[in-house]
Design a protein around this ligand. Sequence first.
Ligand code: THU
Length: 169
Amino acid sequence: MKVRHIQIHFEEYAEGEQLPPADLSLINEARQAVNTSYAPYSEFRVGAAVLLENGLVVKGSNQENASYPLGLCAERVALFHASSVYPELKVVAIAITAKAQHFITTTPITPCGACRQVMAETENRQGTPIRIIMRGQQGVAQIVNGIGNLLPLSFKEEKLKKKREKTKT
Ligand code: THU
């Protein structure tokens, strides 16, 4: 038995520290997306902005339902929208932020497991990593380059491929 280690890497920008302009601009788009959130049940409004390789930005926000499990996170709304309208364009980056009704979000809004799995599928499909930019209303921003940093050992399409059994000679 071996104990093996996986390292993850993320950039962290302190409150007030200058973010790369492209990241800041995508976070601002995600902030705008918060305004379209439909979150009467959790009162936690999330916005996501997806940057495509041609510079287009596709926004999404969480959409809840009285039948709670049917709601969808902002990240998946944005990614599925992008992929259904622009299937041929790669996703370069996604920014995520949130506003709550009764408190200020002060830690980065990190995507849920289901959204991480969808990001992994997007990366796998396009063959390039996605920059994931996470920030609350205040506080530090955290950025990863590639979903492997948020979802190591993920389930990928290649695992569905049956290996051909070697023929005995
Ligand atoms: N939510 C997102 O939209 N994205 C996340 O990364 C975490 C959670 C939504 C789902 C639900 O509508 C609300 O936030 C509270 O969980």
